[in-house]
Structures are given as structure tokens and as C-alpha cells.
Design a protein around this ligand. Structure first.
Ligand code: SF4
Length: 387
């Protein structure tokens, strides 16, 4: 595998369209590229596309070197009962149906303890918006986990859960977050973002929190020094321009707060959901290269977000491995049990062993390093050759 160098990019730049050349120059200089630039990159092909992918790889090298991180974690989806019924969601069940699952607090505790004993450092706790969930319930979960496994990192509760939990408990977002933090919430998944454009949300998840409320929850968390991830669910009814608008919102928040640990593009899996039969549901994301292009654009556009994660659950381990060669530097988690994408028809399993993740990373001559949720390296870093 040839390592991308500046001279290789310079050669490629000679043969591409001047407008794309200029955008790549900006990105290489560490300057923010504009929304118009991002949109231009969404449509590049051939030589221009090749140059974009290689530039993203070079920017990744400059930011983090050859290390690829992963986290040993377990997903605990405590309930699939949900009244929100987003059209893309294949996981949720109507609370009045008899198909719903609702884990008891001791069962959640047991799963967290088992994960810790197997070596996990994080539990990722999320669930549907069931009628009985409120802030007190989320606090009970956190307390129960921390009482049994005090050192495990609790990464939990989407902005949708926090917003609804606060509302149901009659609290402001800030007070709700302060209480969650006080009881041991360590970080928040930046899910429920989907595409941060209200036109798209009205089509795919009209009852979900608005763009404004998502930004409020995330920005308040960052102000309170609760880190979050940032995600984007793409490849359904959104346009290329709306994807870039989403990235711009993430970049602007990061400029203000520096609270995002990473950005995770999540490919939409179009099975078992209410959007499945809609025409044009994949928009312009049609083949593996389109996913790679989006990862590369994320690296260029989000110049202020250090870590770009590939989702092996959504892309599959092989395409995720390719994503690591076009700008991404994090392989995500072991997950141990992943219910949401599996319900949607994802075929890549519920879990990857640490050894499988490490092998995929080593296969492309990169260095696998286990990390904490907040990107502290949990093992020694071998010396890297800077040539
Ligand atoms: S995505 Fe979340 S909020 Fe929407 S229906 Fe599914 S579980 Fe409920």
C-alpha cells in the first residue's frame, strides 16, 4: 500500500480542474472550505475524486499519524418501545404492541458488569422514547451501573432522550444535563442528528427534536464539559447540499465549543422501515465510492474535528477498512451487541472481536490502538516512521 505524500498530491493537482485544485489547496493549508466548495466536492469524479480521496488520507496522516483507534465497548439498548416512530427506524416498536422489550435495571447492571469483566471500558446506553422514560429513569440507570462498575465510562442518552427526559421531568436542558453529569454520565452520543435540516426531518422523523433543539442539547452539554460525538445519517431523502449544511452546523458548533470527540457518518440501511418503498430513497449515494467520497469530504470540511470514525456496522468491515484509507482514523467499537442496525437489515453482525478489528487495521499497515471513549490511548504507542 503506497503511503500518500505531498509530492504525490502535487502531481495529481496538476491534472485536475482549477476550481477543485483551489479547494484542495485551501484544505491542505488548514483553511476552512466553504459550503460551495463542499458541494463542488460532492460532485467530483475521476481524477478530481482520486485527488480528493488522497488529500483526505494525507490530512488524516498529518492529524493523527498511522494510528487507528478503536474502543472496547458494549451497546445496551434498554428498550425498543418508542412513541416517536421515525420513518427510517426499523428498531422501534409501538409501546402498545406485545413486541417491545424493556430491560430491567438489574439486567442493565448485569450487562454493564459483564462488559467490564470482559475488558470493555465503555457502555453505550440508548433506548426508544417509551412512555415511562424520563430523567429520573435515566438517572436510575446511571446510578445502578456506577454503583456496580464505578470505573466504566457511561456514554449515554441521545439528545432526543435528554430533551424528552428533561421535558417530562419539568426541567431545563441545562439542569437535566447537570443532574446526569453529577450522577455519573461521562459523555453523550451525538445521535438523533440524522440530517440537521428541518425539511429532511419533517420527511423522515417529524416528531423528533428540531435542529434548534438538537443544537441546544449538544451545545449545553459542551458548555458543561460533557463531550459528545457527532453523527450524520445519510443516503435517504437528503440532497448533497443538505449533507454539507449538516457538516457546517457540526463545524460551527465545534468552533464555539470544541466539545465533539469525533464525527461518525452513518449510512442509511434501507430495509424493514417505512422509507423502504419510497422512490429515490438512496438519493445520490449509490455505490461504495460514494460512501468513501463522503468520508473524505468530512475530513476536509471538518478541519476542526480531529477524529473521523467509520461505522463497520453500516458499511461492513471491508468498506470500513477502505474508509480508513480516505480520511478516517477510528474504527469505532466492538459493540458486543448491536440491535439497531441489525433490525434495519444490516448484515455485518452484532459484534466484532478486538482481534478482528486489529487485524483489519494491520492489513492496511496501520497501527491499532485501543482508546478510551475520549481518545486517550490505553496502550503504548509504537514509534512511528514520519517519512
Ligand atoms: S430512531 Fe429512536 S426516536 Fe426514532 S423511532 Fe427509532 S428509537 Fe424512536
Amino acid at each position: 500500500m503506497t503511503k500518500v505524500t505531498m509530492s504525490l498530491i502535487e502531481n495529481k493537482l496538476k491534472a485536475i480542474e482549477p476550481e477543485v485544485h483551489e479547494i484542495i489547496d485551501k484544505a491542505l493549508d488548514g483553511r476552512p472550505i466553504s459550503v460551495k466548495d463542499g458541494l463542488k466536492l460532492m460532485h467530483v469524479q475521476d481524477e478530481e475524486l482520486d485527488c480528493l480521496l488522497k488529500t483526505a488520507d494525507l490530512l488524516r496522516q498529518r492529524k493523527v499519524g498511522e494510528i487507528v483507534t478503536y474502543v472496547f465497548n458494549r451497546n445496551i439498548n434498554f428498550t425498543n418501545q418508542c412513541t416517536i416512530r421515525c420513518k427510517f427506524c426499523a428498531y422501534s416498536e409501538d409501546p402498545s404492541s406485545n413486541k417491545g422489550v424493556f430491560l430491567s435495571i438489574p439486567e442493565i447492571q448485569r450487562k454493564a458488569k459483564e462488559a467490564w469483566e470482559l475488558g470493555a471500558t465503555e457502555v453505550c446506553i440508548q433506548g426508544g422514547i417509551a412512555p415511562q422514560t424520563n430523567l429520573d429513569f435515566y438517572i436510575q440507570i446511571i446510578k445502578a451501573i456506577k454503583s456496580l462498575v464505578p470505573r466504566i465510562h457511561v456514554h449515554g442518552f441521545s439528545p432526543m432522550e435528554i430533551y424528552t427526559g428533561a421535558q417530562r421531568s419539568g426541567l431545563s436542558i441545562k439542569t437535566a444535563l447537570q443532574l446526569l453529569k453529577k450522577e455519573g454520565l461521562d459523555s453523550i452520543p451525538g445521535t438523533a442528528a440524522e440530517i440537521l435540516v428541518d425539511r429532511v426531518r419533517n420527511l423522515i422523523c417529524p416528531e423528533k427534536i428540531s435542529v434548534k433543539s438538537w443544537i441546544e442539547v449538544i451545545s449545553t452539554a459542551h458548555q458543561l464539559k460533557i463531550p459528545t460525538t457527532a453523527t450524520m445519517l445519510y443516503g435517504h431523502v437528503e440532497t448533497a447540499e443538505e449533507r454539507i449544511q449538516h457538516l457546517k452546523i457540526i463545524r460551527d458548533i465545534q468552533d464555539r465549543t470544541a466539545g465533539f470527540t469525533e464525527f461518525i457518518p452513518l449510512a442509511f440501511i434501507n430495509l424493514n422501515n417505512a422509507l423502504e418503498l419510497q422512490a429515490n430513497v438512496h438519493g445520490d449515494i449509490k455505490n461504495p465510492t460514494d460512501h468513501l467520497k463522503l468520508i473524505a469530504i468530512s475530513r476536509l470540511f471538518l478541519h476542526n474535528v480531529k477524529n473521523i470514525q467509520v461505522s463497520w456496522v453500516k458499511l461492513g468491515p471491508q468498506l470500513a477498512q477502505k474508509g480508513l484509507q480516505v480520511g478516517a482514523n477510528d474504527f469505532g467499537g466492538t459493540l458486543m451487541e448491536e440491535n439497531i442496525s441489525r433490525s434495519a437489515g444490516a448484515i455485518y453482525g452484532e459484534s466484532l472481536e478486538v482481534s478482528q478489528i486489529r487485524a483489519l487495521i494491520q492489513e492496511i499497515n496501520r497501527i491499532p490502538i485501543q482508546r478510551s471513549t475520549t481518545y486517550d490511548y490505553l496502550q503504548p504507542i509504537p514509534a512511528q516512521n514520519s517519512s
